[in-house]
Design a protein around this ligand. Structure first.
Ligand code: HEM
Length: 149
């Protein structure tokens, strides 16, 4: 039995697949996590584009902690959604694209925050635009996962 098949056969995967409210409950947590992560990602990108330019970056630090909590929520809830149908998701282009965009969005987010904290002006706007496109692309690919098999 493949590793993915054994994941799908696990007691928790069966529970997620075969009980009425577990999957909807987990995907709701996933949506909340997404709102936190992408919401904060957008706030930093808009700040780099000049919105709220008088807000000191240091005062946005608590948002960073919240963003990592959101990432934690989505990695945990995402893995639970994933194991319920691992072989299906892993072969889906929308799912692969989503994960790739998420990794890129997280790297660009960290770069952007470091630049803002170092107060090094320059191509923050370009980085901010890339960040916006990556986060919005990840959400779109995530949503299309339910439609494009
Ligand atoms: C910050 C990170 C993440 C964001 C912003 C995100 C975003 C999304 C979005 C927008 C959806 C569609 C939700 C819906 O249909 O209502 C989704 C679904 C899903 N996500 Fe994520 N996700 C993240 C991380 C992950 C991770 C790390 C995994 C697993 C390794 C994952 C696995 C899934 C799965 C399996 C679905 C499927 C839903 C379905 O069609 O039933 N996600 N995600």
């Amino acid at each position: 039995m493949s590793f993915l098949a054994s994941l799908e056969g696990s007691a928790i995967a069966v529970l997620i697949r075969e009980t009425m409210w577990t999957y909807p409950g987990i995907i709701s947590v996933h949506a909340i996590g997404m709102a936190i992560v992408v919401g904060i990602g957008l706030v930093f990108a808009l700040r780099a584009l000049g919105l709220g330019g008088r807000i000191p970056i240091s005062s946005m630090d608590p948002l960073l902690k919240l963003a990592w909590i959101g990432v934690g929520l989505n990695v945990c809830s995402g893995l639970l959604l994933f194991i319920a149908d691992a072989r299906k998701f892993l072969t889906m282009p929308t799912f692969q694209i989503k994960l790739a965009l998420l990794v890129a969005a997280t790297i660009v987010f960290v770069m952007l925050v470091r630049r803002l904290e170092a107060n090094r002006s320059g191509n923050d706007k370009a980085l901010a635009m890339i960040s916006l496109v990556l986060w919005l692309g990840a959400i779109t690919a995530g949503r299309l996962t339910a439609y494009i098999k």
